[in-house]
Ligand binder design. Structure first.
Ligand code: DGJ
Length: 750
């Protein structure tokens, strides 16, 4: 029996169950996902990919007698049924499947087997939610939920496989809810959010690796036999490996071919493992890293995993990215700023570091007003005893964290007075905080030395000379947020930048018993989410920017709380080309914090034209981070133009389609990208010419996403082209202009 129909209410066309064949079919506009209940109540995975009509893909399951692949006892004499080779929807442990698996559970008798069998399913309109965890949201018209219950006969552990199907967005989300219905306590040792089994697929893995100041570099590797992983054990999603991966066919390119995206909406330790097994099958699992993880569930307790957001495209990587961009903008980011214009800001960090007083700050704000900026953001150094140090380097990050009280030695008269002055000249005000941290040299640490994560008897591991507060504890979270709210309530604050400047370390909470220490990493992340939820619900109009020493927590989880994340502490326009290129695969352009900074650049020493820095920053949230008082009058004039140009194109960044027109890893001559409005009436092509050669080649760039038969006028030259001409015949880049020059074209349908 078909339980949902393919017409009528949009949301109700996305989940079907055929009672006769026991096949579940999930459908989005351009993708299909199938699974089936087969022998011994086993839920096998059949298919994920392009829509295959009314075929049920059971024919893909071929059972053969395989040596050294065991058979469940109940299979009797049948040696062909083995969990070791069957594609499964969510695999257990100790049941003959030797591949990477979904779940492992420790039992009171010391055993750790879990054998999951199908029990039942339930569908509902709208999208499921997860307690205390970020996830996509969807109304009854936008999404449908499928909840399949598996269970372990021996312990009565229920495993709910949750699927959120967003038909129009082409997205399927996954998460797992565990419920201990048995009489004994169980300890979850591994609970991945999802598993995906591919039959006979030889694919490539695209992942986004890096380091502080060089985040989300792009690497494409062939899958190999055995296990490959992308992971973080740093207590945050990390600069090193982003929790977003793509699997794609060998021939897949920007515009062609099959690809699958997996994005984990989680900001802590995670692991994505991919195994190509003995039968050339591929299994991917993604979720909380099993490293230092365990979670005890007493009778009746429930544990929910974070969510994985999956998307499929048969039109290449560009389309896959656009699916994520649209989905996050409409159904993940909650802020009003996802679509409404954001104030364009100047941030004082690279202008002053810790070396400022109220006069200096006000002068920057005044200069910002003069060039047409909307907001002044006061970064690190305004609180506690975070003074300029005696070395004259102006760099004292050794103290003050945890004391969220204004430093009146630096800001005489306090924040309300300064903010009033800044507001008085028509500028908004924003502020930096780092709530998860404490300095040993702080009032908070002197009063509560036990409020930090610390392993008994072991000395502390410092990083940037600071420690992680034990925010698994409610009293710690509340104390910090209370102080911060006092500051935010004392003056008019329109923006907050929440920073985190060290990896989580010394992982042990004095407030938890020994058998629950495996919960600390996860409880830390839940603590962060709870604090952020308090902030955004108390100040719904606040523009909230996440940051973690730049882009160390650039993940879908954070986007649930903040519409933008500081992309990298590297503001060099040329390095940013690769950073922003990599980030664009999984995240909307409007989420990438990007600023124009001074040259020579503070991170690389490189000098690039002022215009180029603006073009690169405008493929992001756009702002400035330099001492505006020192701009020449010519630069001020240029900045005014840049700001008004960004304001004109901001709607394209926020709501348009984004196309990567070149690959900075292959093309060393130029990097180009394009925004197209949803109605295809406007397009902006931006980029940077990296190097010029004498007697140069003519480089043609080919636009995308336009109406082939429509006519488009080049705003600068007045030339009119058909969409087809711009896409198929291309347009030449300017020649002989010098290195690092900006590329800027604008076309409007005429
Ligand atoms: C790291 C951030 O990414 C920077 O923008 C700045 O806010 C510093 N922290 C301040 O400590």
């Amino acid at each position: 029996m078909i339980i949902s129909v393919f017409w009528g209410n949009k949301a109700m066309k996305s989940i079907n169950y055929n009672e006769k064949t026991k096949v579940f079919t999930l459908r989005t506009k351009n993708s299909m996902y199938q699974m089936q209940v087969v022998e011994y109540e086993t839920l096998v995975h059949l298919y994920y990919g392009a829509d295959i009509g009314d075929t049920e893909a059971s024919h893909r399951i071929v059972c053969l007698d395989r040596g050294f692949s065991g058979n469940p006892y109940e299979a009797g004499a049948d040696r062909t049924f083995s969990l070791d080779v069957l594609p499964q929807e969510y695999s257990g442990y100790g049941n003959g499947d030797y591949r990477i698996n979904g779940i492992e559970v420790g039992h009171e008798d010391g055993s750790d087997a879990v054998h999951l069998r199908y029990e039942s399913y339930r569908t509902s309109k709208g999208k499921y939610s997860l307690e205390g965890l970020p996830c996509m949201f969807g109304t009854e018209d936008e999404a449908e939920t499928l909840d399949i219950t598996l269970y372990d006969r021996i312990t009565d552990l229920k495993v709910h496989l949750l699927y959120g199907v967003f038909y129009d967005l082409d997205v399927i989300t996954r998460a797992v809810r565990l419920e201990n219905k048995g009489e004994d306590t169980v300890t979850i040792q591994r609970a991945m959010s999802m598993e995906m089994d591919y039959t006979n697929k030889h694919m490539d893995l695209i992942h986004f690796y890096g380091r502080h100041t060089m985040e989300r570099l792009t690497e494409r590797l062939p899958l190999h036999h055995g296990v490959q992983s992308v992971e973080s054990k740093r207590g945050m999603s990390s600069h090193q490996h982003n929790p977003f991966v793509i699997l794609c066919d060998k021939m897949t390119s920007e515009k062609h071919g099959d690809c699958f995206g997996f994005a984990l909406a989680y900001s802590g330790n995670y692991r994505c493992e991919i195994e190509v097994d003995q039968m050339e099958q591929t299994r991917l699992v993604m979720g909380i890293h099993p490293y230092h993880f365990s979670f005890r569930l007493n009778t009746g307790d429930v544990f929910e995993t974070p969510e994985v957001i999956m998307a499929y495209s048969d039109c290449g990587l560009g389309k896959l990215s656009r699916i994520y961009h649209d989905a996050y903008r409409s159904n993940l980011i909650r802020s009003k700023y996802v679509t409404s214009p954001r104030p364009i800001l100047v941030n004082n960090w690279e202008a002053t570091y810790f070396d400022f007083d109220e006069e200096k700050l006000f002068n920057i704000a005044k200069a910002a007003k003069d060039i047409g900026l909307d907001m002044f953001v006061l970064d690190d150094g305004w609180f506690g005893k975070r003074n300029t140090d005696d070395s004259g380097l102006g760099d004292d990050d050794n103290s003050g964290l945890g004391d969220w009280v204004v430093n009146e030695e630096k800001i005489k008269g306090g924040l309300p007075k300064l903010v009033k002055k800044i507001n008085g000249i028509g500028m908004k005000f924003g502020i930096w905080i780092e709530p998860e941290m404490v300095s040993e040299d702080s009032g908070l640490y002197r009063e509560h030395p036990d409020w930090v994560l610390k392993i008994p008897q072991r000395s502390l591991m410092r990083s940037r000379h600071q420690l992680n507060l034990d925010i698994t504890r409610k009293e710690v979270r509340d104390h910090v947020m209370k102080q911060i709210f006092r500051v935010l309530d004392s003056c008019k604050v329109d923006y907050v930048k929440w920073d985190m400047n060290r990896s989580v370390g010394n992982v042990y909470s004095a407030a938890l018993p020994s058998e629950r220490q495996g919960e600390v990493y996860h409880r830390y992340v839940l603590g962060v989410y709870e604090m952020m939820e308090q902030l955004v619900s108390r100040y719904p109009d606040l523009l909230f920017e996440n940051c973690c020493g730049g882009g160390g927590r650039f993940d879908a989880g954070m986007l649930y709380y903040s519409p933008q994340i500081w992309c990298s502490d590297n503001t060099d326009a040329i390095d940013r080309l690769k950073i922003q290129y990599g980030t664009s695969f999984g995240y909307p352009i409007s989420t990438m914090g990007a600023h124009v900074s001074v040259c020579p650049n503070h991170q690389t020493g490189r000098t690039t034209p002022f215009e180029t820095r603006a073009v690169v920053a405008s493929a992001g949230t756009f702002g400035y981070e330099l001492d505006l008082e020192h701009l020449s009058s010519e630069e001020k004039e240029m900045a005014r133009k840049q700001i008004s140009e960004y304001k004109e194109m901001e709607h394209l960044v926020q709501t348009g389609d984004y196309y990567r027109l070149s690959d900075p890893y292959r093309n060393h001559d130029y990097v180009v990208w394009q925004f197209v409005s949803k109605d295809k009436k406007e397009t902006v092509v931006n980029g940077v010419q990296l190097r010029n050669e004498a007697n140069p080649h003519i480089h043609l760039i080919y636009l995308e996403g336009l109406e082939p038969e429509a006519h488009y006028e080049d705003e600068k030259t007045g030339y009119v082209y058909t969409g087809a001409a711009l896409m198929k015949a291309g347009i030449p880049l300017p020649v002989g202009v010098g290195d690092y020059q900006p590329i800027q074209f604008k076309f409007r349908m005429s």
